[in-house]
Design a binder for this molecule. Sequence first.
Ligand code: C5P
Length: 242
Amino acid sequence: MKNDSSLPPVRPHEAIVALDVPSAREAAAAVAKIGDAVSFYKVGLELFVADGPETLKMLRDEGKRVFLDLKLHDIPRTVERAVASCLSLGADLLTVHAQGSSAMVAGAARAVAEAGSDTKILAVTLLTSLDETDLAKLGIARSPEEEVVALGRLATGAGAHGLVCSPREAAALRAALGPDAILVTPGVRPAGGDVGDQKRVATPADAIRAGATHLVVGRPVLCAPDPRAAALAIRAEMDAAI
Ligand code: C5P
């Protein structure tokens, strides 16, 4: 079945606000508060499990683009079928974990191709909440940068349209993969901002200079006293760096 959402092509250099809230009602309130300062939103597991399809419909009705961040990670057949099930929701971007193997990423890409969908598959390389110590505990001897580049090559070789990485590894990935890859970076914090549980962070300007195409920002916008002003400030910092 062709995805009927007729998605426009994904443009470079956009700020994506992570709607890390527990309900469609709260998501709609945040989107209304931010207004035209943001046109791209990320829906993650918390919101998707509670009110996923309703939230995606609300965002599309508002004319917003959608990054569906489900970080799928399972056997290849299960991920392929899960991706196929997601396509009718009309997301512009959908995540799977690169660590699920090239066969799993290829299954995700195949589901999109067979449906003739415009949804782009992004492979998450390493979560931005992990650092070298966490990798060592997982038995991974490579540095985060080496691991991210290896996973990035694996995922794009298997058909992923783009990658999710920390801004700190964006330059290495850009050098490894060339100018066309979509590189989406969470772990973005305005200078002096609260880092929270993120470990590999950078400012919006640094992320753009490192080669990121899309920046994901959650708490620095949603938890700001004036979310719209916070989003506009991040956009201005990105524009100055482009
Ligand atoms: O609030 P904050 O800006 O830290 O939110 C970052 C968002 O990006 C969260 O929704 C998180 O799930 C997501 N994310 C991440 N690291 C990744 C992939 C996604 O932090 N590697």
